[in-house]
Design a protein around this ligand. Structure first.
Ligand code: ADP
Ligand code: MG
Length: 292
């Protein structure tokens, strides 16, 4: 980006369905509640990143709008959500046609053309990005200096860890030439007795660290049914405090690292070790989780 960047630009990655949009929206809501100007940009062809900030209402995506009209104004592709968060959905290609990352490029280009960041003067811009890293398009926010830092949401499921490790590979590749660095790992849906230990061990192995543990909570499911964040629906809950602490971390902490991803055989070996440990716990060989 050539012009001076307004605000902190942070990308949140993770496997599909892992809780990126839920986590990002709750962080946005918490930041907005604390008085900050926030823009959340959904960079997932699913286009539902900001739904729970907007009472579950529809919002035309950037790609769909660009397909329909030659001149696009910011009002055409944005909506003001909870706490004043400006919500944008990049959108995706027609299913089965073209690169799924195209929406991200189109959205970023349009927002720069419209000088949104200079005019809106956000304190935070959060990019909610599908992180299975199957396509170079999804690396755009971390590759081209759009985001300063990336965070990855993972659970203790191996596929989520696998996707996180892939993101580490992408950061490792692009960070030395001006791409984003890793701010940290957000452990989501923490419930299984071994979940924390497993995620901590993975971060230890990859030179990264966990910046917050988000429990699996029914308050999230219930708030989602109302089309709301936990910050809006259950502001006094412990879960809301968890999201507020994450928001505070993004606000007050600038730490970042270049992760050391595991290669194929290393990841496989690491996974097998954990398979054995969990099996031992289940079969009673290990009586206490502390021994893990
Ligand atoms: P993604 O954006 O990564 O595809 P979502 O944020 O849409 O994932 O979350 C997928 C589903 O998981 C949603 O139904 C959401 O409410 C639920 N979910 C996410 N995080 C939690 C949590 N900590 N506790 C309970 N449910 C959660
Ligand atoms: Mg999502």
């Amino acid at each position: 980006m050539s012009e001076k960047k307004q605000g902190k630009h942070i990308a949140i990655y993770g496997k599909g369905g892992i809780g990126k949009s839920t986590t990002t929206s709750n962080i946005s809501a918490a930041l907005a509640d604390a008085g900050y100007r926030v823009i959340q940009i959904g960079c997932d062809p699913k286009s539902d990143s900001t739904t729970i900030l907007r009472g579950g209402n529809d919002l035309p995506t950037v790609l769909d709008t660009l397909r329909e009209q030659s001149k696009v104004k910011i009002e055409d592709v944005s909506a003001v959500g909870f706490g004043g968060v400006l919500c944008i959905e990049a959108g995706g290609p027609v299913p089965g046609v073209g690169c799924a990352g195209r929406g991200i490029n189109a959205a970023v280009e349009l927002l720069q053309e419209l000088h949104l960041f200079e005019e809106y003067k956000p304190d935070f811009v959060l990019y909610d990005v599908l992180g299975d890293v199957v396509c170079g398009g999804f690396a755009v926010p971390i590759r081209d200096g759009i985001a300063d830092r990336a965070f990855v949401v993972t659970s203790s499921d191996f596929m989520a860890i696998f996707a996180a490790n892939n993101l580490f590979k992408a950061i490792n590749k692009y960070a030395p030439s001006g791409g984003a660095r890793l701010g940290g790992v957000i452990a989501n849906s923490v419930q299984a007795p071994y979940a924390k230990a497993l995620i901590d061990d993975f971060t230890g192995e990859t030179g990264t660290s966990v910046v917050g543990y988000v429990p699996r909570s029914f308050t999230v499911s219930q708030s989602e049914l109302y089309g709301q964040t936990v910050i809006e629906a259950h502001p006094k809950s412990e879960q809301a405090d968890v999201y507020r602490n994450l928001a505070k971390y993004l606000d007050t902490n600038e730490d970042s690292v270049i992760p050391k991803p595991l290669n194929g055989p290393e990841l496989k070996k690491w996974a097998r070790t954990w398979g054995d440990r969990i099996f031992e716990v289940e079969t009673g060989v290990v009586q206490k989780m502390e021994s893990i």
